[in-house]
Design a protein around this ligand. Structure first.
Ligand code: 3SK
Length: 519
């Protein structure tokens, strides 16, 4: 495994690696493309533009944008200048962004035109007022006063000739990670962490080649998508297809057929949706040679069915925002569907019981991981940082079983968190939202397993006195949650019950609801 250099600016590192590929396509998006030479120029000009806007090293910039060629230019331009991009989920609401702007004390925001109204409302709510607003793919007619168009900044920007002299342990960027309670946590990553994911999973498991064309259904703002569509392909000079729209099976089929990617990165819910679709493309119409899956465990049958149809294996693995990418994975030459595979070379794993002692083969334990891509901390949150980053070890919050041959199988979460469509859902957050509905007295959320073996959320709702349960009310309550929380968080099913099971101290016993569901 290639050791991480002490002096490292990851953006400069990628530009150096691709210096001889000026004419080769780096990115293709819905509107155009960018060669490696154009990418290098744009990164240097965007860095120069940030400097001219008064941004300095370690200043933070909120990056809230759909996947397009502007995203890697903005992200790498920040890194090149030593400015810290805070890449956020584009599906959140104004209140979440207001929190993030305040928490990160963002001095600037880069936003897609389609998300501008939400960001403007967030800025109004926030006590921190970013000085610059940069709009990607801007509609000039609606550009707010003082806002800058991304493309104008690039056109006018003077190239920053030399990258900021950062080291491997310097802060490069943040991602927000959600927890079972409280606000999202600002997960702080270094330049070295990006390098480490490329040197471990990228080089030893994924095995991308220069002639690969990659397509990730997971967006760039996710740690999974960032590795798939930036760190790994740019580390070998491959070409990346980007897509702004939601990754529905139809949208993905279009890219697989029109763009002919050789490597595809998905998540289990999407693979299940693709296989169930009548529009599933025939094997001869696509060119994929390898796929990956992460976010939640891939059911065995889905992996097998997909490979039988397309002739390409899905390398299922697990990673985390805290570890930046996958640390436990199947490999093309060592694959067992239904498991998460074996540790990625460069990472150490341990399974511990409640007393902190290692568990034996075939016993369930809490999974801890050690490796060079671990985040530094959760910004401004010592308590949660201390509970997660323990010396060299990072607590994943997942439970696993390892068999005598060393294969790891997922055994659930250590907390009440659910993973739906590869994204965390906090029962607490959804229950709070449900209880804001005028007819809801109390609510509890659990995960249920659907016919494909995937997790979906289900709410048990106690109605206020005098309110009658009905299907129409269930639909209305779902709509209420959808309007207030990110789309993956609304309960897919709602059951009305008279009372929630609780401990004598009033804590909801979700396990009893889970048992009820299994009965
Ligand atoms: O959820 C995962 O498995 C994952 C994989 C790679 C990077 C980040 C995450 C959360």
């Amino acid at each position: 495994i290639e050791p991480t250099p002490e002096r490292l600016n990851f953006a400069q590192h990628l530009l150096d690696l691709n210096a001889s590929r000026a004419d080769k396509l780096a990115y293709i998006d819905d509107a155009g493309s960018l060669s490696y030479g154009q990418l290098a120029g744009a990164v240097r000009r965007f860095a120069g533009a940030l400097e001219s806007l008064g941004l300095r090293r370690e200043d933070r910039v909120l990056l809230c944008a759909h996947d397009s060629t502007d995203w890697p230019v903005a992200f790498l331009g920040c890194l090149y200048a030593g400015v810290v991009p805070v890449a956020v989920n584009t599906l959140l609401g104004a209140t979440d962004y207001a929190y993030m702007i305040e928490h990160a004390r963002a001095r600037a925001v880069i936003v897609s035109q389609a998300l501008l109204a939400t960001i403007e409302s967030a800025v109004q709510q926030s006590s921190v007022k970013p000085e610059s607003l940069i709009v990607s793919r801007a509609d000039s007619a609606t550009l707010p006063i003082g806002a800058k168009r991304f493309e104008d900044l690039l056109a006018a920007g003077m190239e920053m000739p030399v990258a900021a002299t950062t080291g491997r342990d310097d802060i490069a960027f943040w991602l927000y990670s959600s927890g079972s309670t409280g606000r999202p946590k600002g997960t702080v990553h270094t330049h070295g962490n990006l390098f480490a994911t490329a040197a471990t999973y990228g080089a030893n498991v994924l095995g991308l080649r220069e002639d690969d064309v990659t397509f990730s259904a997971a967006k760039l703002f996710f740690a999974y998508g960032l590795g798939n569509a930036l760190t790994f392909p740019l580390s070998v000079g491959a070409t990346v297809i980007l897509m702004a729209e939601r990754p529905t099976p139809d949208a993905v089929f279009k890219r697989l057929v029109d763009g002919q990617p050789s490597v595809f990165f998905g998540v289990p819910t999407l693979y299940a949706g693709m296989l169930a679709s009548a529009a599933l493309p025939a094997r001869e119409t696509v060119r994929i040679r390898r796929c990956t899956s992460a976010g939640e465990a891939l059911p065995k049958e889905i992996g097998e069915k997909f490979e039988a149809h397309f002739g390409a294996p899905i390398l299922d693995g697990i990673g985390s925002t805290e570890m930046l990418h996958i640390f436990l994975s199947n490999r093309a030459d060592e694959l067992r569907y239904g498991t998460s595979g074996k540790p990625v070379p460069g990472y150490e794993l341990q399974l511990l019981d409640d007393s902190g002692a290692p568990v034996g083969a075939d016993e369930v334990g809490d999974l801890y991981v050690k490796g060079d891509s671990s985040a530094l901390m959760y910004w401004g949150n010592r308590e949660k940082s201390r509970a997660t980053f323990l010396g060299g070890w990072t607590k994943t919050g997942d439970k696993y079983v390892r068999d005598a041959q060393g294969w790891y199988t997922y055994a659930g979460r250590s907390d009440d968190m659910l993973k739906v469509s590869g994204q965390y859902v906090s029962p607490f957050e959804v229950e709070c939202c449900l209880m804001q509905h005028e007819f809801v007295l109390e609510a509890a959320l659990i995960g249920i397993t659907d016919g494909d073996g995937l997790t979906k959320s289900k709410a048990f709702v106690v109605l206020r006195q005098g309110v009658e349960a009905s299907d129409a009310l269930a639909v209305e309550i779902k709509r209420f949650v959808k309007e207030r929380l990110a789309p993956h968080k609304y309960p897919r099913r709602i059951d009305f019950i008279f009372e929630l099971p609780k401990t004598p101290t009033g804590k909801i016993q979700r396990f009893k609801l889970r048992d009820l569901e299994m009965a």
